[in-house]
Design a protein around this ligand. Sequence first.
Ligand SMILES: [Zn+2]
Length: 182
Amino acid sequence: MRRKLKIDLHTHCSEAAGFVGPDIKVVSRIVEQAKARGLDGLAVTEHWDASFGWVVKNVVEEHFADAGLVIVPGREMTAGYTHHLVELRLPNGTTFKFLAHPNRSVELVDGMRGIEILNGMHDDLNQDLVLELARAHHLVLLSNSDAHRLEDIGRYHTEVTIDDETGEWLIADTTGQLVKIT
Ligand SMILES: [Zn+2]
């Protein structure tokens, strides 16, 4: 069976929570916000360091399993001015890399599979450029909050289709066709 989930794949929960550790109280606020927005999951993508995301995932699994949220640990890396690369570790073990909020032509990094067409922190995205890059490199399109405040978590979300049997993730490309994230 395939399920359609609403997942915000780019959030800075550590910054949003005021740089306190991912303890139960902080994680409960993140979970509450995600549920209030109707999310089925979120990726936790602090700058450079994925460890905050892994702790959030563990705390959610241990204390908030009833929420039914998929937590995806990840990190955002910067190279130069234009290059913001988000790297996620999907529940099926796949590493999923995508380009965050491009604002000019960029060199694509090897293994990049997606690109943001909407980003809550950058309302000025050049969508023509995004579509051009997505078509040229067959990237899936993503809409994410890039939240740096708790209330912004879930401002945008990406529709992710998950195949329950294989655990595969599928996301739409520029033509609306679902592409397997491998
Ligand atoms: Zn970001």
